[in-house]
Design a protein around this ligand. Structure first.
Ligand SMILES: [Zn+2]
Length: 153
């Protein structure tokens, strides 16, 4: 399996995918070393990451820029969380995108338990996918002595 280095991902972002939010660009490049290169390509071709800062001016995203892309919004507080939480939370969102899941807002909770079941099923699927990604990455990187993907950590 091919993986990108943190530097590769940082360059691929180009300041576009994370909308010139430098701390977010660094965070995303750090976390995405753990998923296969083809997943990174797919995510970068189809998503934007946003991290609205409290007290900041906010942003307007015209459809001339985003087209039909997906938006992954991350809380600013994530910058101060442990590396383990950052990895888990970002890969979780990317997992939902990869599996073409519904957003939580699309479920109507009042109606019946079917929605709860569908929601829970999505959560299980995404947890399984993230686990699989992390295990594959771990396997590939434990017996490698050249630190190509972890060189910047
Ligand atoms: Zn979820």
């Amino acid at each position: 399996m091919r993986y990108y280095s943190q530097m590769d991902i940082y360059d691929l972002d180009g300041g576009i995918v994370t909308l010139r939010c430098e701390p977010l660009r660094i965070l995303i490049s750090k976390v995405l070393v753990r998923v296969p290169a083809r997943v990174v390509d797919y995510v970068f071709d189809n998503c934007f990451f946003v991290m609205p800062e409290s007290g900041e001016r906010g942003c307007y995203l015209p459809n001339s820029l985003i087209g039909k892309k997906n938006i992954i919004a991350l809380p600013h507080s994530l910058l101060h969380e442990s590396e383990g939480d950052q990895i888990e939370k970002i890969l979780h969102k990317i997992g939902h995108f990869s599996l073409e899941h519904k957003a939580p807002y699309e479920f109507s909770w009042e109606q019946n338990d079917k929605h709860k079941e569908e929601y829970d099923e999505q959560e299980q699927q995404v947890n399984a996918l993230v686990k699989q990604w992390l295990e594959a990455w771990q396997t590939q990187h434990t017996d490698e002595h050249s630190g190509d993907a972890s060189g910047m950590e």
